[in-house]
Design a protein around this ligand. Structure first.
Ligand SMILES: *[C@@H]1O[C@H](CO)[C@@H](O)[C@H](O)[C@H]1NC(C)=O
Ligand SMILES: *[C@@H]1O[C@H](CO)[C@@H](O)[C@H](O)[C@H]1NC(C)=O
Length: 292
């Protein structure tokens, strides 16, 4: 039996290189909103590798976020896998506003993102207990949504310049152009009990652990305003049952304040004085927080 080279290539067509570092993956499972999956698998993959799902902001792409961040360089040293998905709708923002997008297995972007994680765990024998999520701006909003809708999938999260899970609920869109501006303007202020019930309703009946979170925000952010840091901390400290412990100034660098909840192992805020939208990604701090 003779197989032509092109036939063999088409057999492995699920993997197509899109740039030096990323590979496009198709047929990764249930993908109700037609997201693109891009993956970086380092040359020296660690045994039972960890996975980071890294989410771009509006107007972004997975390819661009890979270039803007150093996860791929760090993964060559450490051996974890990074997934850089792309949203192609609503100015490439993530679906953090619709009822289905704020539910579990209901046909939202979040479901497609978890399919990518599931595919990666199976394909690379990755460690299902070390799956992490991070993102900037809209990617930080989706990070909060994934924590609420799939708390069993993600062990830890970090994110930059976002909003609490459910802040954009009911908004006609999730982009600076399409959204109800109330949330981004920092005017969606709720009690802790309200934020907790909003997060918990996204996976009702769940009584397991929620991911730990380190969330960063700049005081000079005019696009997604600073009250959204306080509202995220209100939400997740309530979900985790943690109280504010202390502030540490000039950590991890001058002008940043580390806001510590409980013993500091489950929830941290970083307020970056004079920093706008978005706070620069602190990849090495992310890895420390993830424990990889
Ligand atoms: C991902 O895998 C988990 C565990 O096998 C499963 O419960 C879940 O339904 C899967 N999710 C998706 C979106 O495929
Ligand atoms: C801790 O820091 C945050 C951010 O600067 C601030 O809003 C809060 O008032 C501080 N809390 C205390 C007790 O100093």
């Amino acid at each position: 039996m003779y197989f032509s080279t092109s036939f063999l290539i088409s057999l492995s067509a699920a993997l197509v290189t899109v740039n030096g570092a990323l590979t496009r993956v198709t047929n990764f499972g249930n993908n109700p909103t037609n997201l693109q999956m891009n993956i970086n698998v380092p040359a020296k993959l660690a045994p039972k590798p960890a996975i980071i799902l890294a989410l771009h902001g509006c107007f972004g792409s997975g390819e661009a976020y890979a270039l803007q961040t150093t996860y791929n360089t760090l993964s060559e040293q450490i051996g974890f896998i990074t997934i850089f998905p792309s949203s192609k709708r609503d100015s490439n923002c993530w679906e953090v506003n619709t009822a289905k997008g704020l539910s579990r297995n209901a046909g939202g972007d979040n479901q497609g993102l978890v399919s990518m994680v599931n595919y990666t765990i199976a394909k690379y024998s990755a460690d299902a207990a070390r799956v992490f999520v991070t993102g900037s701006s809209s990617g930080c909003m989706m990070t909060n949504v994934l924590m609420a809708t799939y708390p069993d999938v993600f062990a830890a999260a970090t994110c930059y310049s976002g909003v609490p899970a459910g802040c954009l609920a009911g908004s006609p869109g999730a982009s600076p152009i399409s959204a109800d501006p109330k949330c981004a303007n920092g005017l969606n202020i709720k009690s802790q009990a309200e934020w907790v019930s909003i997060a918990k309703a996204m996976y009702s009946g769940y009584s397991g652990k929620y991911p730990k979170l380190a969330t960063w925000h700049g005081t000079a952010d005019t696009l997604v305003k600073l009250p959204n840091l306080g509202e995220q901390l209100k939400q997740w400290s309530g979900v985790q049952g943690l109280g504010f412990a202390r502030n540490e100034t000039n950590i991890p660098e001058a002008g940043y304040t580390k806001i510590v909840y409980g013993d500091g192992s489950k929830l941290i805020g970083y307020e970056a004085r004079g920093v706008g939208h978005t706070v620069p990604v602190h990849e090495e701090d992310d890895l420390v927080w993830f424990g990889i």
